[in-house]
Design a protein around this ligand. Sequence first.
Ligand SMILES: [Fe+2]
Length: 458
Amino acid sequence: MVAAQKPTPVDASEIASLLWTESLPREHGFEKLRIEGTLPPQLRGTLYRNGPGQFVQFGKRYTHPFEGDGAATAVRIADGAALGASRIHTSAGLVEERAAGKSLYNLGVSWPRRILNNFRGKRKNTANTNIIVWQDRVFALVEGAPPTEIDPTDLSTIGETRLGVIGAMFSAHPHRVASRKAMYNFGLDYGRVTKLCLYELPDVGPARQIGSVPLSGPPMLHDFIATETHLVFFVSPTRIDVPRMLLGVGGFPQLWQWKPEHGTEIICVPIDRPTEVLRFTTDAFFQWHFANAFSRANEIVVDYIRYPDFASFYDIGAVGSGAVRKLLGAGRMHRATIDLAARTMRSEQVSDRSCEFPTLVPGDEGRAQAITYMTFDDLGAVGSMDPSGKVLAHSLDADERVTEPVYADGHLLALCHRRDAAYVGVYDAARIAAGPVAKIWLDHHVPITFHGTFAPTR
Ligand SMILES: [Fe+2]
């Protein structure tokens, strides 16, 4: 007799689900952390990480992890020791909800409340996706709202800011162009015609808007990439369901639809001539993240993590339901070549290894031979990939997951998660496969952090 075959979940361990569902259990300012191994003595600075920190409020779960109230975790390293802090961002909306003793803003609230919020143009700025340092100030970012300034001394929330120029939204993925001594970013402006608003944040001086580009529909657009000359957008056929949004019907997953018949629109904006937009449409695909891009003659080469469709968004929304899910496992590194004269793009898979959350050595942006650091195997491993697709990686224990690695002074800092604890794995960037040279332990669970940065101590 053949035994009934038991379905094997793709993610066998509990941590894969806890990352996306279990709120930060303890908030604290900077306190001494336990070090396992030896920290490189030259490593001095602060690793900032950001992600959703609260998934449930007043006993009710939010409709998608992306609705979670943001939280930052920071680890400050100096002289072979480390301090750590974790704190949920007390946005104006969250403060209002706590005072009211009930949820007011997420998509699980009552239909009349949602209509009222839309009518008043009110929403909660969860600041749950990235954290950046600009002009020595720290900002938590989420793509659906302006930046939120954070106090670096204790991670307390200073408040929302538009930096004098930003509209209703500012993406969580600014990209720095070293030769231009500036960061670039975009924000969507949803309306009768949805627009891409383009911003420049110079190393010195005020932020400014450099242009705006009308779009053919209201997409979800998470990231873009910048070269020394162009801002490049791959606008996948994700579309917000405007009637549902206006009528306040359905949760976060129901607001977004995949419309492959529209294809993916490629938009290249010359930074110095932002009205001379080059655009064309190619086959439908989706990406969360870009790794790098550079110009070559009349071409732009773009490295990005490609997905065949938008399934990962729905899979993340269903975490914890017990269903077999791929989550971010379908992403593959691709290299696209855009021919600016012919208005065509060809894209080739660089490696068959599942990967996500690409980062570079700061200053390597735009370099053709740049090494990309990232996670592999649906957050099960961390390492690097060169432009030929060669991977050097370290696989974590089965009950651990790792998020985006950040390069710092010859090392990779990767926040690793396990049940009831987390640690920053400190890897020698030249010997990743050997495993971390040190682990900096936090004595509590840290929910998934999507992105972050390392600010060296000067
Ligand atoms: Fe992201």
